[in-house]
Ligand binder design. Structure first.
Ligand SMILES: NC(=O)c1ccc[n+]([C@@H]2O[C@H](COP(=O)([O-])OP(=O)(O)OC[C@H]3O[C@@H](n4cnc5c(N)ncnc54)[C@H](OP(=O)(O)O)[C@@H]3O)[C@@H](O)[C@H]2O)c1
Length: 232
């Protein structure tokens, strides 16, 4: 399979490139021109298309011929970067391609996601402060998600917990809804977030799903192992 990683130079992106290469996939990466050197380790094994991830022309060229597209939705600046990135992928991906996007738990799938008051307040304050300094537009990830849900394409939106670095612990477990007890530990290794994204490319059970993930060896995942919703 030929796979495109949109946002390949970031931490999540580089882990996804590595997992995809490990599976023998042909990899094309899109990243900002200034970040191309961050992909030096993979230079002779992947094709890099320099460009912002919402650059429609760069995305169009990069996704051509790809059976899978892995997209990092990052809400940088106040210019609808996440929704612009999602839209470029939705518009230009090959018909029938598997489209896997990343975001955080704060993006709801539907009204069965349950958030604590503290979580809601933290997101509200963070979003307000980030917008004030014009650094990040968290709400735009919600708009990106709305467009993905409405697309009718073969999408999966992977919703990550808080992330940490470290060795892989294996494929995270997931639930359809934030607030499920299996997710309570709220911790996933970034390398395993990437693993889940790449595995989703070939898991048709995840088409049209927005799995909220958590590390498989976290206390909440272990306590609820085998229950409906969370998958080992
Ligand atoms: N951080 C968390 O705790 C957390 C929690 C849950 C979910 N997530 C989700 O996980 C995914 C990856 O997040 P991450 O925190 O791990 O970050 P990351 O992998 O390092 O990715 C950040 C991305 O944003 C790009 N970027 C950075 N500054 C930018 C700017 N000023 N303008 C345009 N692009 C810029 C980076 O590209 P360059 O290489 O060009 O800088 C990179 O592609 C995201 O979808 C996020 O929503 C994160």
């Amino acid at each position: 399979m030929k796979v495109c990683v949109i946002g390949a130079s970031g931490k999540l992106g580089r882990y996804m490139v590595r997992h995809a290469l490990d599976r023998g996939y042909e990899v094309v990466g899109v990243c900002r021109e200034r970040s191309v050197p961050k992909l030096a380790d993979f230079a002779d094994r992947i094709t890099v298309v320099p460009g912002d991830t919402d650059d429609r022309e760069a995305v169009r060229r990069a996704v051509a011929g790809c059976g899978g597209v892995l997209t990092v939705l990052a809400p940088w600046g106040v210019r609808q970067y996440s929704s612009g990135t999602a839209q470029a992928v939705l518009d230009h991906a090959e018909p029938g391609a598997r489209l896997v996007f990343s975001c955080g738990w704060h993006v709801p799938r539907d009204d069965r996601d349950r958030y604590t008051r503290l979580f809601r307040a933290t997101v509200r304050v963070t979003a307000w402060l980030a917008r004030l300094v014009r650094a990040v537009e968290i709400d735009d990830q919600l708009e990106a998600a709305r467009r993905i849900y409405a697309s009718g394409l073969r999408w999966t939106l992977v919703r990550g917990s808080d992330l940490e670095e470290g060795e892989s612990r294996g494929l995270p477990v997931w639930s359809r809804h934030v607030g499920d007890p299996v997710l309570a530990s709220n911790r996933t290794r970034r390398v395993d977030f990437a693993l889940f994204m790449v595995e989703a490319l070939t898991d048709d059970a995840l088409v049209g799903e927005a799995p909220a993930i958590v590390g498989r060896d976290t206390p909440s995942a272990l306590a609820h192992a085998g229950e409906a919703g969370g998958r080992a």
